[in-house]
Write a protein that binds this ligand. Structure first.
Ligand code: ATP
Ligand code: MG
Length: 376
């Protein structure tokens, strides 16, 4: 299950439009999708015409601790179209923060509900409210991936630093670091201003920016008012094309991650070369580049219990396949096959994100801290 939060505290930047239409596009590509409405304004629910659902089957009921009102996630799911379900929200959701204010695990409620549920979807998309409060924190805590829609208006980048700060806090406190990608929205190529803003946003997010740009398109507004996704409403509109392209870009990226995982699980010997090729064919992504070089990452940490290496090359994932092994009493090592390029990385030593002390090449990241950099 891929859990994706759509977050930006700036109002009206296209969060709900992205949540609805990315869900619709993934469903059209035969992926099973659950959209969770985490906004008490309920725009995503209205945008899919889910307006008459019972008040006691909503996101609030999934997250509350009130025994009488609490429900399992699967009991609050409504079918929208084939492959696409929704957990709708209502205004009660705005009372939840106050209700849970003394609970230590308040910010993990959505994470816990998803982990405890027996539901099975390819994608869970969470539409966040326009604030950096408790509801957004819950979504970021539950998500493996965060999409930050940024519209081409003045001040649109101003709040993004705060959102990244919140993610940094989550990383420090609970060692959870979802992948973050910016998405340019409401882009009007006729205006010079949009062009300038797009460059600025690219400069900020660099390689963590979706290549797809969502253009201004009136079909997106019309579809929402009819309670359907733009793919159902007008498949040939620019809005539908852009969100279908975004879904393809996402699927390609996910395919690459799964391919790496599958590949890492197979020990490379002559005998299983065929098995690796089969995995490559099944995943239908580019084969492993022949020009990969084996790089040995070494860190001196005599008292450490476990160490991982995370970076651009493995999508910053703390995972078994990225674990270092002990070289001797004090040193740990991980060998990786890397293609020529420039990569940012860090070691995670017993949960602490640590720079490579032997490598003086460093670069400030979007969170305001530094990453080690290697060029091949
Ligand atoms: N690409 C687009 N082209 C035209 N209109 C758009 C586009 N994206 C969003 N809109 C319109 O802009 C308005 C705000 O969009 P949306 O509701 O998706 O933003 P939001 O970030 O979810 O807002 P909020 O912060 O209030 O939740 C809506 O009227 C929507 O129809
Ligand atoms: Mg919204």
């Amino acid at each position: 299950m891929n859990i994706i939060a759509i977050a930006n505290q700036k109002g009206g930047c296209g969060k709900t439009t992205t949540a609805i239409n990315l869900s619709g596009a993934l469903a059209a590509k035969d992926k099973k999708v659950l959209l969770i409405d985490m906004d008490p304004q309920s725009h995503a629910s209205f945008g899919f015409g889910v307006t008459n659902n019972p008040m006691d089957k909503s996101t609030y009921n999934v997250l509350t601790d009130n025994g009488e009102k609490k429900r399992k996630l699967e009991d609050c799911v409504f079918k929208v179209i084939q492959n696409l379900d929704i957990v709708p929200s209502n205004i009660l959701l705005s009372t939840l923060e106050q209700e849970l204010k003394d609970k230590e695990d308040a910010v993990s409620k959505l994470h816990q509900a998803l982990a405890a549920s027996k539901i099975s979807y390819d994608y869970v998309i969470i539409d966040c409210p326009p604030s950096l409060g408790f509801l957004t924190f819950n979504a970021l805590r539950a998500a493996e991936h965060v999409i930050v829609p940024i519209d081409m208006s003045a001040f649109s980048l101003m709040g993004v630093g705060k959102l990244l700060g919140m993610l940094e806090l989550i990383k420090l406190k609970i060692n959870h670091a979802p992948q973050v990608n910016g998405l340019a929205t409401i882009f009007d190529k006729r205006t010079k201003y949009s062009q300038t803003m797009l460059e600025e946003i690219h400069g900020f997010f660099k390689d963590q920016m979706f290549r797809t740009v969502i253009r201004t398109n009136v079909a997106l507004k019309k579809a929402a008012s009819k309670g359907v996704s733009v793919i159902q409403f007008e498949k040939n509109s620019n809005g539908a094309k852009d969100y279908l392209e975004l879904s393809e870009e996402l699927l390609r990226a996910q395919g690459a991650i799964e391919f790496e995982k599958a590949l890492a699980s197979i020990p490379v010997t002559q005998d299983n070369e065929n098995a690796i090729l089969t995995v490559a064919r099944e995943r239908v992504i580019e084969p492993v580049e022949p020009d990969k070089r084996e790089i040995s990452f070494v860190i001196n940490a005599p008292s450490a219990k476990d160490i991982y290496i995370v970076g651009d090359f493995n999508h910053w994932k703390i995972a078994e396949e990225n674990k270092l092994s002990k070289l001797d009493e004090s040193r740990w090592e991980k060998k990786m096959g890397l293609s020529p390029g420039r990569y940012k990385y860090k070691f995670v030593v017993d949960g602490e994100w640590t720079l490579d002390a032997q490598n003086k090449e460093r670069e400030q990241n979007a969170f305001g801290t530094f990453d080690s950099v290697i060029k091949l």
